[in-house]
Design a protein around this ligand. Structure first.
Ligand SMILES: [Zn+2]
Ligand SMILES: [Zn+2]
Length: 388
């Protein structure tokens, strides 16, 4: 994984959106319109578009309220964009989509009776997570960016959105695949005593313990993905991100996702953490993985030595040789410190990120196929890390 200097200007040359031009409100109106449309579809076809584990616990009236708010915001931002923006296309498009959602039932859409089909795509999870993350990270990256010339609409944002969407829609497949190895190898062991001991721990001890053991396993898998040529084929996809931001962090090859998550799941299964801790772990790891990639200069003070922050993980993506194979942890930097892979030089950030290999394929499907037929370590500009 040799990363000669990347030309960041090529990556970030797309102009940042400016407040007051009407484009931000235009794109926001389309965003809220699409979330509303997807939400109505979830109400209309819950058996195929919602996740069974979630759907039985949803506070439906609250979700209807969220849907109504999304429709209102869509029309509000469309109006602002109509007034401010030279182009009327974003506001008109958002109005058409939101209008369609209302015609289909809007926030008062009825839920029909249905039977579980056994298979589904998790559109509900995609919409809810996208909504929450967008509400947190779009303002953060808009008002407190680290790389001020890096636009959200950079060259590859559509690719990253596809990764984000597939990663959420297909959680049925990934959840089954991730849990299968643990139950196959350890399912016959009778570990009830151990599980009882772990679950009897106070929540504030059990949760950090879960984060620690999963991060140790994640660290091992991540380091292996860097050191082993066969695995690096797949992980190189993640390091092909040049404009690192909250959405781009989703760019992971499915093999990378399955192996890393299966490995991280092992200690959770064997030690038998309580379901509350498991769900809290899932929320924290999802949020921290997104935060770690965010393009933000927000300072974390002394916390940056205790938890993984954007500055810390951006160094992992650096194309500077001094930072190769550093900062593998996703929760606790001290794990890297213990194993000699810690790199956090003061308040400095990497000058540029990504792989310098310009022939690395772009687009979801090309990147999906690439590791199966081409070893990235064959590439002149992207040597295998073990051969450095
Ligand atoms: Zn990596
Ligand atoms: Zn990353």
């Amino acid at each position: 994984m040799k990363h000669p200097k990347t030309n960041q200007k090529n990556v970030t040359s797309c102009a940042r959106l400016k407040v007051g031009e009407g484009y931000i409100s235009g794109y926001l109106s389309i965003f809220f319109a699409l979330v509303s449309f997807g939400g109505v579809l979830c109400f209309l076809f819950p058996e195929i578009l919602t996740t069974p584990e979630y759907r039985h616990n949803y506070p439906v009236e609250i979700l209807r309220g969220v849907l109504l708010m999304c429709l209102l915001f869509s029309f509000l931002f469309a109006l602002v964009s109509l007034i401010l923006c030279k182009s009327k296309i974003p506001s008109l498009l958002a109005t058409v989509i939101s209008g369609l959602s209302i015609l289909m039932g809007g926030a008062t859409v009825e839920i029909k009776q249905f039977n579980d089909l056994g298979f589904y795509v998790s559109l509900d999870w995609l919409l809810l997570d996208l909504l929450v993350l967008a509400l947190i990270f779009i303002p953060v990256e808009l008002f407190f960016p680290k790389r001020t010339n890096q636009s959200k609409f950079h060259e590859e944002w559509k690719t990253d959105l596809i990764y984000f969407a597939f990663g959420h829609l297909l959680i049925q497949m990934t959840a089954v695949s991730v849990q299968a190895p643990a139950s196959y190898y350890f399912g016959s062991l009778h570990l009830e005593g151990l599980h009882n001991f772990v679950q009897a721990l106070p929540f504030l001890i059990e949760l950090p313990l879960a984060l620690l053991v999963t991060d140790l396993f994640q660290y091992s898998a991540h380091r292996a993905f860097h050191r082993m040529p066969l695995l690096w084929r797949f992980h190189a996809v993640h390091h092909s991100i040049r404009a690192v931001d909250w959405m781009a962090g989703s760019r992971l090859h499915i093999i990378d996702v399955l192996v890393t998550r299966a490995f991280s799941y092992l200690p959770l299964y064997v030690l038998g953490f309580s379901i509350e801790v498991f769900y809290m772990y899932v929320i924290i790891v999802s949020l921290q993985a997104v935060l770690a990639h965010a393009n933000t200069r927000i300072q974390f003070g002394f916390l940056k030595y205790l938890i993984v922050t954007p500055q810390y993980h951006h160094w992992h993506h650096s194309d500077n040789p001094s930072a190769y194979d550093k900062n593998f942890a996703i929760h606790f930097p001290f794990i890297d410190f213990l194993f000699g892979t810690y790199h956090l030089p003061g308040d400095q950030w990497p000058e540029s990120t990504g792989l310098a290999d310009t022939s690395f394929p772009k687009g979801y499907f090309k990147q999906f196929a690439f590791p199966f037929w081409k070893n990235p370590s064959d590439q002149q500009d992207m040597k295998d890390p073990s051969q450095r």
